[in-house]
Ligand binder design. Sequence first.
Ligand SMILES: C[S@@+](CC[C@H](N)C(=O)[O-])C[C@H]1O[C@@H](n2cnc3c(N)ncnc32)[C@H](O)[C@@H]1O
Length: 266
Amino acid sequence: MDLHDQDLVAFFDEAPLWSAPFGAMALAAIDMRPGLTVLDIGAGTGFLSVELAQRMGVKSRIHALDLWPAALDRVRGKARYFGLPHLTCHEADAASMPFPDACFDVLVSNVGINNFSDPPTVAAECRRVAKPGAQLILTTNLIGHMQEFYDVYDQTLAERGMNAARERLRTHVAHRGTRASVTALIEDAGFVVESWKDATKTLRYVDGDALLGQFLIRFGFLPAWREVAGGEPAFDELRPALVKNLGGPIELTIPMACAVARKPTA
Ligand SMILES: C[S@@+](CC[C@H](N)C(=O)[O-])C[C@H]1O[C@@H](n2cnc3c(N)ncnc32)[C@H](O)[C@@H]1O
């Protein structure tokens, strides 16, 4: 997929059904006060940044950071359209942020951490740019995410004796966090976790063809699933058997979490 394609960015932006339930958890957790400086890390097309800018008001300063230039163009367009001069975009890697030390009151990342290539470095950067007493709010999907799909994918690989692919699948599934690993990520960086909220949402599909054809799946998940298959045979050759094994209707569970932490004042 071409990340510079404005159509792709626009249509990605029209699918907040994936990230909005996570964003709602983050919005519920923020200590809202006038005049806060807020950083949205991995802001994407800015659904949460724009929501924050509107809810926190013009006395706040909202900063959207992402390394995806076309998505940030979209955020800027929304900021113009909605009249949000206090929303600023930054094209940068969260592992190396273009900000001085101790400048943010609130740092939020909505379904970001599974996407960062170096989460501990991002967490350390968060601590550096957080003011003493600042809130850090991370939402994420945890291990258990789409387990119903992964069980059937594993079964399909097992039927073909694709043991190397099954091992890659195990590694892929394990890259998402648990409550313990997310807490350790945050606390190892020097924040103190103050609260944790769990929730579950489900994604329903009539069958495997619908699942594998959905834009959210093709954009966000299928590239990694293809890599798991490797070329022995390739994913497309497995697809008919996978669809048959998936049956229908399909209900995928998404375990969601919102961790709320604080940078100590001393
Ligand atoms: C699943 S999307 C979430 C987007 C947005 N927060 C939302 O709620 O819709 C993850 C985002 O993280 C961004 N990202 C991944 N690695 C990053 C990094 N190292 N620094 C900054 N952003 C990053 C991606 O470009 C993508 O926009």
